[in-house]
Write a protein that binds this ligand. Structure first.
Ligand SMILES: C[S@@+](CC[C@H](N)C(=O)[O-])C[C@H]1O[C@@H](n2cnc3c(N)ncnc32)[C@H](O)[C@@H]1O
Length: 288
């Protein structure tokens, strides 16, 4: 949804924008092109690999691109360290990057065999395997139910606990096999891998994704200049609900004005060309 995002962000030369979820730098590159010759882009990602790839891609823009390996919840501190008072736009494109999703070693994919890591930031202390080893039955069930919206949460949690009493649940294959044999066959969709929800739940927990989203909604509007815009692309209903409610709250307090009463969705053509975009929802708000 690059075009829709750029329009909503209202990129203009001479202004300063933040991409809080830099990834491979696709959106950042577009922002830099549209704000030439003197716009500034501050790009944050907590994943070292993303920073390296984006650095290479954004080299042609020189000093106009300032990339920092940091959690986006530390945005105010990052801006302070760069001597920047306020920004004209902030973009968050939530979820996994294709670099992370396609990595064969980081444990985000349920196809193939890899250690159950799932940390986007490898400096953070707990991997998915650590959680599977240490959480109680009830905690596992809650995570699967709340973050995965998994109707078989209770059964899967019990199956994990039974398995870990015999051997550690440490790899993607071990975990997906537990899910495949636990969900009754007649309830296993052919279209969506039955392990999807379990993997999603663990990933959200490992990376504290929803807590981080709530935090950035609480603080990002404070670093926007008047008329500055916050645009958020989300990929599942849990995230979108938090964005919708966060924006409403900011509107109620008189801090922001909604730019999208309903979320913008990718065109049919984009959904055809890029199946991953199908669940994307884009919302925007402007600082008053
Ligand atoms: C969907 S990708 C962004 C793709 C990017 N828009 C592009 O055009 O290539 C999301 C990125 O956000 C990063 N990310 C997620 N949560 C983060 C957080 N709390 N702080 C910093 N980066 C985060 C992930 O590591 C990932 O690289």
């Amino acid at each position: 949804m690059v075009e829709e995002v750029m329009e909503l962000l209202r990129c203009e030369p001479g202004r300063t924008y933040v991409d809080g979820t830099l990834g491979g730098g696709g959106h950042a590159e577009e922002i830099l092109k549209r704000t030439a010759p003197d716009g500034i882009l501050i790009g944050l990602d907590w994943d070292q690999e993303a920073i390296q790839i984006a650095k290479e891609r954004l080299k042609p823009f020189g000093n106009r691109a300032k990339l920092v390996r940091e959690n986006f919840t530390h945005l105010p501190e990052v801006l302070k360290s760069l001597g920047i008072d306020g920004v004209d736009g902030i973009l968050l494109d939530l979820g996994l990057s294709s670099i992370q999703l396609e990595s064969h070693s980081r444990g985000f994919r349920f196809r193939g065999e890899a250690p159950l890591d799932m940390r986007m930031d490898d400096r953070s202390p707990l991997t998915a395997a650590d959680l599977l080893r240490t959480l109680s039955l009830q905690e596992l069930e809650d995570i699967l139910r709340v973050y995965g919206e998994e109707r078989w949460a209770s059964r899967i949690a019990r199956a994990i606990v039974t398995e870990r009493e015999k051997r550690p649940v440490q790899t993607t294959q071990t975990l997906s096999k537990i899910v495949y044999r636990t969900i009754p066959k007649r309830f296993q969709s052919k279209r969506i891998d039955p392990a999807t929800r379990t993997f999603q739940a663990l990933r959200i927990k490992v990376n504290e994704e929803l807590e981080n989203l709530k935090k950035i909604l609480d603080l990002s509007w404070k670093v926007l200049k008047k008329g500055g815009r916050l645009c958020i692309l989300s990929f599942h209903s849990l995230e979108d609900r938090i964005v919708k409610e966060g924006f409403r709250e900011l509107e109620r307090k008189g801090e922001m004005r909604l730019l999208t009463k309903k979320p913008l969705r990718p065109s049919e053509e984009e959904q055809m060309n890029n199946p991953r975009s199908r669940s994307a929802k884009l919302r925007g708000a402007e600082r008053i």
